[in-house]
Design a protein around this ligand. Structure first.
Ligand code: CTP
Length: 404
């Protein structure tokens, strides 16, 4: 799968540079054409000659060392690459890329690249956990960079923890998977809602539910891996934003409605996995309400049913809703399919073991207008996500053969 791929390997200066030599060898053994850029500090750990011999190509270290007078090396390399891998990626190069700094051959080339860029960080455990590094990684994730997470274990600095460059074999496996995966959603925009909403009572209290967002985030990641442009509109959850996905954070049902509406026109598929509050307090106070003697009544008013509203205005968009039920699963799910003018409803009984809020697994039944319900067994949410997307794909029949 990596056969014939043009891979630009950017090596920055950390002790893990020795693994980049093995990586070069493994990538070329897979049939990839590899060109290497070494940062100045990387060249202090392993000489360019090592990479030149292993890649059977020139190695680049200096922006002004133009090897071919007919081209500008950093632009030529950037245009040449099908894929860029920065391994090991130090905190320094991560900081530079996050801030658009181009002060050497490696960072200048990376800034000119339009191909997918994979970053494999390697550094001391405390450096990796530092908020500045984490913020830079998040910035890069928002720009669409992909990551090969560092492993945990013994670090050259003597610490044990997260920060070790992933093993070359694993990096090659990940790249093979990424480049071989089906991209049936290429060119499609998928909007996903996830998590709970919070409906304000006063400045310190709200109404909400137990949704953790795990199902919606798994769908966002699967849609991204299937090649979609993904927008994830999420209520407050404790999950990290998936890389390569556009994130919109909201709190209330009304904010979710506005965000979805804003994204709706250009969307091909909308998956509403969020657990949206059906009611909100009629009055929301901007101060902390003091307790009074006796009982209190909280007056509630209806929020907008977002799926229902989208069902009214949809044109070519495929609409997928969820139905979290405790009984009469089929009857309620089919009712929602009709009433909300959805194309598909993914229903689950939240009382079943291994299904529902907070779990890493789910048991769902998929209802469409035509055909029998599709009952899936207990599956990891990641696998449920893929099945939902594959079912949704049947609504784009014309595109099926093109991209699969
Ligand atoms: N939904 C929505 N807006 C709401 C409530 C629900 O868009 N205000 C969406 C959910 O995201 C989900 C689907 O509608 O995709 C069904 O949600 P669910 O909570 O199961 O059902 P409700 O429509 O709220 O109906 P009920 O409370 O009667 O089960």
């Amino acid at each position: 799968m990596l056969n014939g791929k043009k891979i630009l390997l950017c090596v920055t200066g950390g002790i893990a540079v020795f693994k980049a030599a093995a990586l070069t060898s493994k990538l070329t053994q897979k049939g990839a054409e590899v060109k290497v850029i070494l940062s100045e500090s990387a060249a202090k750990f392993v000489t360019p000659l090592t990479f030149q011999v292993l890649s059977k190509n020139d190695v680049y270290t200096d922006t002004f060392d133009e090897k071919n007078s007919k081209v500008v090396a950093h632009i030529d390399l950037a245009d040449w690459a099908d894929l860029v891998l920065i391994a090991p990626a130090t905190a320094n190069v991560i900081g530079k890329l996050a801030n658009g700094i181009a002060d050497n051959m490696l960072s200048t080339t990376c800034l000119a690249v339009t191909a997918p860029v994979y970053i494999a960080p390697a550094m001391n455990v405390h450096m990796y956990a530092h908020p500045a590094v984490q913020k830079n990684l998040q910035t890069l994730a928002n720009y669409g960079y992909r990551f090969i997470e560092p492993g945990e274990g013994y670090l050259a600095c003597g610490y044990v923890g997260k920060g070790r460059l992933e093993e070359p074999e694993t990096i090659v496996d990940i790249l093979e998977f990424e480049t071989s995966a089906e991209k049936p959603f290429k060119g499609k925009k998928v909007v996903i809602t996830a998590g709970p909403t919070r409906e304000k009572i006063d400045s310190v209290r709200f109404l909400s539910n137990h949704s953790t967002g795990k199902m919606g985030y798994a769908i966002a990641e699967a849609a991204r891996d299937f090649g979609a442009e993904v927008v994830l509109i999420s209520g407050p959850v404790s999950l990290s934003a998936p890389t390569g996905v556009g994130m919109i954070q909201i709190e209330s049902a009304e904010e979710m409605y506005q965000a979805v509406l804003h994204e709706f026109e250009g969307a091909d598929l909308v998956i509403k996995s969020a657990a949206v509050a059906d009611y909100r307090p009629k009055t929301a106070y901007d101060y902390k309400v003091k307790k009074l003697p006796g009982e209190q009544l909280l007056e509630l008013e209806r929020t907008k049913d977002i799926l229902f509203e989208l069902g009214k205005i949809k044109t070519s968009q495929v609409l997928v809703g969820f139905a979290a039920e405790t009984d009469h699963l089929e009857e309620y799910a089919k009712g929602k399919l009709e009433r909300k003018n959805a194309d598909m409803i993914v229903a689950n009984n939240v009382k079943s073991e291994g299904a529902g809020f907070g779990t890493d697994t789910n048991i769902v039944t998929i209802f469409k207008r035509n055909g029998d319900p599709i009952e899936l067994p207990l599956l990891a949410k990641k696998d449920v996500a893929q099945r939902i997307l594959k079912e949704a794909l049947t609504f784009f029949k014309d595109d099926l053969n093109e991209n699969c």
